[in-house]
Design a protein around this ligand. Structure first.
Ligand SMILES: [Zn+2]
Ligand SMILES: [Zn+2]
Length: 216
């Protein structure tokens, strides 16, 4: 997910398609990466921030919970070696917990959710909120989402899943949060075809898709 706020270019998670996504959307700059959690489908593209280091001539801060940063340090040990091979990604780890923080003057509010037993952070930036890989939103997190105008939320499939909202659960959560527009992401191929699913979604709720652009 790429979020442009003024001149700041933020990325939420670097999935395996990160490189292709950045090329497709012609993103020229990445000022920071916010990680929701440590699963590989959210971190696998990190190596491809190299060209941004090269063009920007500097480190890129990566924000995540302690366990997330530790796992990234294990999986990408070469990035964090004392003796670095020239050209490896250059990152600065910034540990976040659940507290709001600022980056380049932008207020970022982490939204704690649960992915079965794993704590995951959603992020709210202005009236945009992004939550993925959740199957439970704790009661205290709804207050943080109040006033959200555009929400991105995970909806995996119709069948029950141990760590992801089903379509039905995601619809109920979207209605509870009450954003003007909600877009479902982290969709499995088992959900069905885009145009068929769109037909059964309540007003104001849509399926996201590659290349979707939202502005507010
Ligand atoms: Zn996950
Ligand atoms: Zn995932």
């Amino acid at each position: 997910m790429h979020v442009q706020v003024g001149s700041s270019s933020l990325v939420i998670d670097t999935g395996p398609d990160f490189r292709q996504q950045m090329l497709r959307e012609d993103v020229k700059r990445v000022d920071a990466v916010l990680f929701t959690h440590e699963h590989k489908d959210h971190t696998a593209g990190l190596d491809d921030i190299r060209p941004f280091n090269f063009y920007q001539q500097g480190d890129i801060p990566i924000f995540g919970r302690k366990a997330v940063l530790e796992q990234i340090q294990r999986e990408y040990a070469y990035i964090f070696n004392d003796k670095k091979y020239p050209g490896v990604p250059q990152v600065t780890c910034v540990e976040i917990d659940g507290d709001p923080f600022h980056f380049q003057g932008i207020a970022i509010i982490p939204i704690p959710v649960l992915h079965y037993k794993l704590p995951v952070l959603g992020f709210r930036i202005g009236n945009f909120s992004y939550i993925t890989d959740a199957n439970l939103i704790p009661e205290s997190s709804y207050a943080l989402l109040e006033g959200t105008e555009v929400l991105v939320l995970n909806a995996l499939q119709k069948e029950a899943h141990i760590s992801h909202f089903t379509l039905e659960e995601a619809i109920a959560e979207a209605q509870k949060i009450g954003a003007k527009k909600t877009y479902f992401t982290h969709i499995s191929h088992r959900l069905g075809e885009h145009h068929e699913v769109e037909k059964i979604l309540p007003e104001g709720i849509h399926l996201a898709y590659d290349g979707l652009k939202l502005s507010l």
